[in-house]
Design a protein around this ligand. Structure first.
Ligand SMILES: Cc1cc2nc3c(=O)[nH]c(=O)nc-3n(C[C@H](O)[C@H](O)[C@H](O)COP(=O)(O)O)c2cc1C
Length: 252
């Protein structure tokens, strides 16, 4: 049984839209593993109602529970979603991790796995620096960072036909400076790929293979067997001509 928690902070909902896509993708990828769980949580809000009102922040989705630090122990892996704040993580992220020192002292999170997805207002607004700054939290807890990478999302990440977020560090979306832009289909596709890729990586570390991985493994084995068969045939032919030459020489 694998338990994954998707934990977000989102003021305007962009990060949460990506979170739902990642949750859906993990649920799709986990078909056949009926005990596996992927739950959504949000980080505790630290801003006052007055400040949130001044920022025109909408109400939070009450169906998504606030994560408590001890909840982390119950999960094998985490997908963290945060918006960029001055090229780094928001205060809500720091507030949460500042409460985890007893988990840290006991090594309770050591060996768990985590991935990131983000939202920023602009291009170059600090998506990559945000992930780099948050990596330190994982390192100190001994949590294994799983990047999105390019393997499964090369076409999407390298698309220069349209304006879009998405990095090998994790799925991202561009909210624009007034928050008016919503995650595009391409950004959602990248989020979807990240969910599936992350889940498969977590399962592989747990010693379990998803149907897709089993198929990939079978294809690799078949290819290897074909190469081996060809090499064997070549060897046999060589042996045959050697034997033929030996026979000829003996006759002469
Ligand atoms: C205090 C503050 C600082 C911000 N700093 C940055 C920044 O450094 N770079 C950037 O691109 N966007 C920045 N933004 C824009 C947010 O990243 C954007 O509102 C967020 O990604 C939207 O995601 P959400 O709807 O999930 O909250 C900032 C927003 C606020 C309120």
């Amino acid at each position: 049984m694998t338990k994954i928690a998707i934990i977000t902070y989102s003021t305007y909902g962009h990060v949460d839209t990506l979170a739902k896509e990642i949750q859906k993708s993990i649920q799709d990828a986990s078909k056949g593993f009926n005990d596996d769980v992927v739950d959504l949580f949000r980080l505790e809000e630290t801003l006052s109602d007055d400040v949130l009102q001044a920022m025109h922040a909408p109400e939070k989705d009450a169906s998504v529970p606030v994560i408590k630090v001890e909840d982390l122990i119950n999960y094998d892996a985490f997908v963290f979603g945060i918006p960029t704040r001055f090229g780094s993580a928001p205060a809500q992220w720091l507030h949460f991790w500042d409460q985890t020192s007893s988990l840290w002292a006991q090594g309770q999170l050591y060996g768990k796995m985590a991935s990131f997805f983000l939202s920023s207002g602009t291009y170059g607004g600090g998506l990559e620096s945000t992930v780099r700054n948050t990596l330190s939290y994982l390192v100190h807890h001994g949590i294994i960072y799983v990047p999105l990478g390019y393997k499964n999302a090369f076409a999407e990440l390298s698309n220069t036909e349209e304006v879009h977020g998405g990095t090998p560090w994790g799925a991202t979306t561009l909210a624009d400076t007034d928050g008016s832009r919503q995650p595009s289909d391409l950004e959602l596709r990248i989020a979807n790929i990240q969910g599936k890729t992350f889940y498969e990586t977590v399962k592989r570390f747990a010693g379990e293979s998803t149907e897709v991985q089993k198929k990939e493994k079978k294809t690799k084995i078949t290819a290897l067997q074909t190469v081996e068969k060809q090499a064997k045939k070549k060897e046999e032919k060589k042996e045959e001509s050697k034997n033929f030459l030996t026979a000829c020489c003996t006759l002469m």
